[in-house]
Write a protein that binds this ligand. Sequence first.
Ligand SMILES: [Fe+2]
Ligand SMILES: [Fe+2]
Length: 223
Amino acid sequence: MSNSPLDPVYCELNTIHKVITRGIRVSLENVKKYRTIGFPNPRTKKGFIDYVRSLILTLDNHHYSEDDIAFPVYQKYAPEAPYQLLATEHHNMLSILNEMKAVLGHLDNPATEAGGLDSLQSSLSALEELWNPHINCEEGHFCAHSLLKSIPEKEQVQIGKKISAHAIKNSKLLSLSLPFLLYNLPVEERALFSQGIPKLVTGFLVPVVWRRKWMPMKPFLIH
Ligand SMILES: [Fe+2]
Ligand SMILES: [Fe+2]
């Protein structure tokens, strides 16, 4: 599936899916490692918790964006897509995300850390199992060339603006969640994605003002 804004068939859905797919994979790989050998130091532990917390927030926002903003518009242009099934899968993933949120609190306490890592690994595995077929279904229906051409540009722009506004309004942790979004994308794709973000944010807030906050996540991000 094409995912560059310069390509003729560009699907924004694919970009956010790519961020979340990497977020789940990296979280799962690392939780398995820390279950076996433990966290190497408190800073890495903090970075890992921040990374998983940002994943939860990003996925939560993405589901809201689809259910309440994008899908009501897509329904007019792709009525055959299985909206009920997708909504049910969002609901099922939300239960897993709520479990994960609760478990992150257990990692702070040495007495509950090992059990917390066990639960987190189970939740992430269950999430990955639901996530991959879910995005294949969405991209199969909504990144189709015919659908992209049939949604008027004005409506596509409105969807994009509403999704950005929602993400900003609902992200109490923008100093973590925005670097999470940007640095889970490969360099070239990140540069293209950044073109839609004000320069003040990508050139000053992220690299200077927020730097100390998101730096502990760096080992889990793409440089
Ligand atoms: Fe979805
Ligand atoms: Fe999606």
